[in-house]
Design a protein around this ligand. Structure first.
Ligand code: MGD
Ligand code: MGD
Ligand code: SF4
Ligand code: MO
Length: 731
C-alpha cells in the first residue's frame, strides 16, 4: 500500500496521471499473479537496469513461470529509488511485442520495399562480414561508419576500433545534448553529466528553460523536481507552452520561441548591475568578468521585452528572485539543446549565469561529480588508422560521439572520402536525423546497411541485413559505472532467456569480430566472464552485484566545494571561463551575444516538439502497454487560432511545412496552453514501417516536417526548431 501511494504521488506530477499510468497487464499475467497469490506458484525477482530510455534505472523484474509479470524500481538504485516511470514499468511490452524481429533477415526486394527472407545467424553474419571486409579492402576501414545509441554502443564501438574505423555518429550528440556539453566544457572544463548533476533537492529557486520535466520523465530528476515542488522551492519555467513543469511553477514565462538568449542576457545584466552576483566566487574562480559586464550592458529588460514577449517588470522580478537566492539556484543546463543553431552560445549563457551565482559546486546548484574512477581491464591496443576520421567535419569543438549528419553528407558526396557502409544499432536514424530525404538518399548510395534492432522500425526496414537483438530483459550488458553524488556499479542480466532467435549485442559484436579478423579483441567467452574480471579488478563482489543489482561506494562522494575539496576547474586557465579565449581564437564570439532568429510569417506556426511522459521517441510507439496509454500524438494549437481555422478538439488536420512537405493526419488539441505563434507535437510518431501493426502511420511524424535545420558553427549540432508549418483541416 505504501508503495502505491508514493507511486501515485510520483505520477501526479508526470501528467501520466491523466491517462492512468498503471500499465495494463494482460490475461496470462493476471492469471499468474492470481496463482501466485493463491500460493500455487512462486515468483522470483531479478535485478537489472532499464533500457526504455538512457537514464539506466535499476529495476527488479518479477518472474512467474518464466514470464515477466511486473517491473518495479530497485529501491537501492540512485536513478530509480524504488520507482520506475510509466515507460519503464511497461518494459514487458517490448519483450512480448509480437511484432519483434525474430530471426536475422536478408533483404530480397528493393531497398524500402520491405521484402525480406529469414536467414540463419551463420549466413547473416557471414554476409555482413564479407561486405565489411570488401569495403575495407577497396576503400579502407574508415569507409564503414557506425551509428549507435544506448547500450549496444559499448559492444560495437570496440568492434569498429578493432576493424579500423573511428567514423562514429551518435544522435545523442548532434541532435541532443552536444551543444550543452560543449558550452559547459568551454566554461567549466566539464559538462553537467548524465544524469545531469542538478541539485534541485536543495535548491531555493530552479529555472527551467524548455526542460519539460514531468513530460521529460528522467526518473530520479522528476522525483527531485517533485520533492523540490513539495518543499516550496520556486520554479521559474520559460516555455512557449504551458508544460507540466509550468503548471507547478511560481512563474511561467510564455517566451517567444527562439529568444531564450535575450532573457538570459537580460538576467545577467540585471544581476551584475544590482550586485546580486557572488563577488568572492567570481573574483577567485572566474576569468573575464569585466568583459562580460561590458558586453551585457546593452541587454536591458526593456529591450528583452521586445524580443521575448515577457514584460520587463517580470524579467526584473525573476532576476531578483534568482540573484537573492544564490547560490542555492539551479539553472537547469537542459538536455535536448539543439534548438536554433546558436545553441552552444545559449548554453554558455546558462553556464555563465551559474558561475555568477556561485552555484557550481554549491548546495542547490550543480553538484560535483565524484573524482573516483574504475580501472580498465588490460587490453590489446587497437590498430593505428592511417586515414583520419571525418565524423567531426570542420567542427573543432565537436565531441568524440561525432556529428551524424557530417557522415551522411560524406556518404552523399563521397568527400573527403567515400563512406560505403553503415552499421546502425539502437537508433532509428529516419526519425532521429533532420531532413529525412537526405538520410534516405545517403542510404541509397550504400553498399551495405546493417541494422541491429529489437523492433522493425523505419531504418531497419531499409537495411540489407537486419540482426535481431534481444531486449534488455533477455541479456547481459555493460556494467554501468554511475557517477552521481557517489560512484556506483549496476548490472544488467537476463531476466528470462532470449525469445525467438534474438541475440545480445555483445554476442553479435564478438561473432562479427571473429569474421573480420578482430577476434582477439574479444578475448572472453561469455560476457559474464568479462564482467567477473572487471569486478575482480574493481573489488566488487560479483555475486552481491548480481543479487542486489547495484553496489555503491559512499566514500567516493564529494558533491560540493569544501576546504578539503577546493575548487579546481579543468579549463586551460584553471578558472571558469566567462570570457572564452578558446572560442575567440577559433573565430567565434568569446561571450554570448544575441542573434535574432526568423519568426513565422502570418498564417504560419513554428513547429515545436517534445516528449510524452509515456513514450520514448519512436521506440515505444508500438509497445502494446504504452500504445494503450497514448496511441497517437496530437497537434497542440492555441484555441483562438484553432477557431479561426475552423478546427475543434479531436478534429483531424495535416501540417504542411515551408517546403510543401505534408504530415500524415493528426488530431487537433485546441488549448490555451500554447502560444498563438507555435504548434507542438510529441516526437516519434507516424512510423512508416508496416511491420509495426499498432504504430503504423498512427499520428504525425515531426521529423518529416523538419526539412530544415540550423547547424551550430561551434559543434555541428542541428537546431531543429526552425521549421514553420500551416495547419490544414483534413476532410
Ligand atoms: N518521457 C520521455 N522522457 C524523456 C525522453 C523521452 O523520449 N520520453 N527522452 C529523453 C531525452 S534523450 C532527452 S534529450 C530529454 C529531452 O527533454 P528536454 O531536455 O526537457 O527537452 P527540451 O527541448 O528542453 O524541452 C521541450 C520543451 O521545450 C519547449 N520549447 C520549445 N521551444 C522553446 C524555446 O524556444 N524556448 C523555450 N524556453 N522552450 C521551448 C517545448 O514547448 C517543450 O515543452 O528528454 C528525456 N526524457
Ligand atoms: N524531430 C526531432 N528529432 C529528434 C528529437 C526530437 O525530439 N525531434 N530528439 C532528439 C534526441 S534528444 C535524441 S536523444 C535522438 C534519439 O534518437 P534515437 O535513439 O534514434 O531514438 P528512437 O527513435 O527511439 O530509436 C531507437 C531505435 O533503437 C531501437 N532499440 C530500442 N532498444 C534497443 C536495444 O536494446 N537494442 C537495439 N539494438 N536497438 C534498440 C528501437 O527499436 C529504435 O529503432 O533523436 C533526436 N532527434
Ligand atoms: S526513466 Fe523510465 S524509461 Fe528511462 S530508464 Fe528509468 S524507468 Fe526506464
Ligand atoms: Mo536526447
Amino acid at each position: 500500500m505504501a508503495i502505491d501511494l508514493t507511486r501515485r504521488k510520483f505520477l501526479k506530477i508526470s501528467g501520466a496521471a491523466t491517462v492512468g499510468a498503471t500499465v495494463a497487464l494482460n490475461l496470462p499475467d493476471n492469471f499468474l499473479l492470481w496463482a501466485e497469490e493463491a500460493g500455487l506458484v512462486k515468483a522470483t525477482y531479478v535485478p537489472t537496469y532499464c533500457e526504455i530510455c538512457f537514464w539506466k534505472c535499476g529495476a527488479i523484474a518479477k518472474v512467474i513461470n518464466g514470464r515477466v509479470v511486473k517491473l518495479e524500481g530497485n529501491p537501492a538504485h540512485p536513478n530509480s529509488r524504488g520507482k520506475l516511470c510509466a515507460r519503464g514499468s511497461g518494459g514487458m511490452g517490448l519483450l512480448y511485442d509480437p511484432d519483434r524481429i525474430k530471426t536475422p533477415l536478408i533483404r530480397e526486394g528493393k531497398r524500402g520495399e520491405g521484402k525480406y527472407r529469414k536467414a540463419s545467424w551463420e549466413e547473416a553474419l557471414a554476409m555482413v562480414a564479407e561486405k565489411m571486409n570488401k569495403i575495407k579492402q577497396k576503400y579502407g576501414p574508415q569507409s564503414m561508419a557506425l551509428f549507435s545509441h544506448g547500450c549496444p554502443t559499448d559492444h560495437f564501438l570496440p568492434l569498429f576500433s578493432a576493424y579500423g574505423s573511428q567514423n562514429i555518429g551518435m544522435p545523442s550528440f548532434a541532435q541532443c545534448r552536444g551543444p550543452r556539453d560543449v558550452g559547459f566544457e568551454l566554461t567549466f572544463g566539464e559538462n553537467p553529466g548524465s544524469p545531469e548533476r542538478v541539485d534541485m533537492v536543495n535548491s531555493k529557486v530552479v529555472v527551467l528553460l524548455g526542460s519539460h520535466l514531468g513530460e521529460n520523465m528522467h526518473n530520479s530528476q522528476v522525483q527531485d523536481f517533485s520533492e523540490a515542488v513539495s518543499r516550496g522551492a520556486k520554479f521559474i519555467v520559460a516555455d512557449p507552452r504551458f508544460s507540466i513543469a509550468a503548471g507547478k511553477a511560481h512563474t511561467w514565462l510564455p517566451i517567444r520561441p527562439g529568444t531564450d538568449m535575450a532573457l538570459l542576457l537580460a538576467w545577467t545584466n540585471i544581476i551584475i548591475k544590482e550586485g546580486l552576483y557572488d563577488k568572492e566566487y567570481v573574483h577567485s574562480h572566474t576569468n573575464g568578468f569585466r568583459e562580460l559586464a561590458a558586453s551585457v550592458r546593452e541587454y536591458t529588460p526593456e529591450w528583452a521585452e521586445q524580443e521575448t514577449d515577457i514584460p520587463a517588470a517580470q524579467i526584473i522580478e525573476t532576476a531578483r528572485l534568482i540573484g537573492k537566492n544564490a547560490p542555492a539556484v539551479c539553472i537547469h543546463p537542459g538536455r535536448h539543446t539543439t534548438w536554433y543553431g546558436d545553441d552552444v552560445q545559449r548554453t554558455r549563457a546558462i553556464a555563465i549565469l551559474t558561475a555568477l551565482l556561485g552555484s557550481w559546486g554549491r548546495p542547490g546548484g550543480i553538484f560535483l561529480a565524484t573524482n573516483a574512477t574504475m580501472p580498465k581491464l588490460p587490453a590489446k591496443p587497437y590498430p593505428v588508422i592511417p586515414t583520419p576520421p571525418l565524423n567531426r567535419g570542420d567542427f573543432k569543438f565537436a565531441g568524440a560521439e561525432g556529428v551524424t549528419q557530417v557522415i551522411r553528407t560524406a556518404t552523399l558526396t563521397g568527400k573527403p572520402y567515400p563512406i560505403k557502409g553503415w552499421f546502425v544499432s539502437g537508433t532509428n536514424l529516419m526519425k532521429a536525423l533532420p531532413n529525412q530525404q537526405a538520410t534516405l538518399d545517403a542510404i541509397n548510395k550504400l553498399d551495405l546497411l546493417v541494422v541491429v534492432d529489437v523492433m522493425p522500425y523505419d531504418t531497419a526496414m531499409l537495411a540489407d541485413v537486419i540482426l535481431p537483438e534481444c531486449s534488455y530483459l533477455e541479456r547481459h550488458d555493460t556494467l554501468v559505472v554511475g557517477k552521481g553524488k557517489m560512484m556506483n556499479v549496476s548490472i544488467r542480466q537476463p531476466v528470462v532467456p532470449p525469445l525467438y532467435e534474438s541475440k545480445p549485442a555483445w554476442w553479435i559484436a564478438k561473432e562479427l569480430a571473429k569474421r573480420v579478423g578482430a577476434g582477439e579483441y574479444f578475448p572472453w567467452n561469455t560476457y559474464e566472464d568479462k564482467m567477473k574480471s572487471q569486478c575482480a579488478l574493481w573489488g566488487v563482489n560479483y555475486e552481491e552485484l548480481k543479487n542486489k543489482g547495484v553496489v555503491a561506494f559512499p566514500d567516493t562522494a564529494a558533491p560540493y566545494f569544501t576546504a578539503t575539496n577546493p575548487p579546481e576547474f579543468k579549463t586551460e586557465s584553471k578558472k571558469i571561463e566567462l570570457y572564452s579565449k578558446e572560442l575567440k581564437e577559433a573565430g567565434f564570439d568569446p561571450l554570448p551575444r544575441y542573434v535574432k532568429h526568423p519568426q513565422p510569417a502570418a498564417g504560419q506556426f513554428r513547429l515545436l516538439y517534445g516528449r510524452s511522459p509515456v513514450h520514448t521517441f519512436s521506440r515505444t510507439t508500438n509497445n502494446p502497454e504504452l500504445h494503450e496509454l497514448y496511441p497517437e500524438n496530437e497537434v497542440w494549437v492555441n484555441s483562438k487560432q484553432a477557431k479561426a481555422l475552423g478546427l475543434k478538439n479531436g478534429d483531424y488536420a495535416v501540417l504542411v511545412n515551408q517546403d510543401g512537405v505534408k504530415s500524415s493526419k493528426v488530431r487537433v488539441k485546441a488549448t490555451e496552453r500554447i502560444r498563438e505563434d507555435s504548434v507542438y507535437l510529441v516526437h516519434g510518431f507516424g512510423t512508416t514501417s508496416k511491420e509495426l501493426k499498432r504504430a503504423y502511420r498512427r499520428g504525425a511524424d515531426d521529423q518529416g516536417l523538419v526539412t530544415r535545420y540550423a547547424v551550430d558553427p561551434i559543434c555541428g549540432s542541428t537546431g531543429m526548431r526552425v521549421n514553420f508549418v500551416k495547419l490544414v483541416k483534413e476532410a
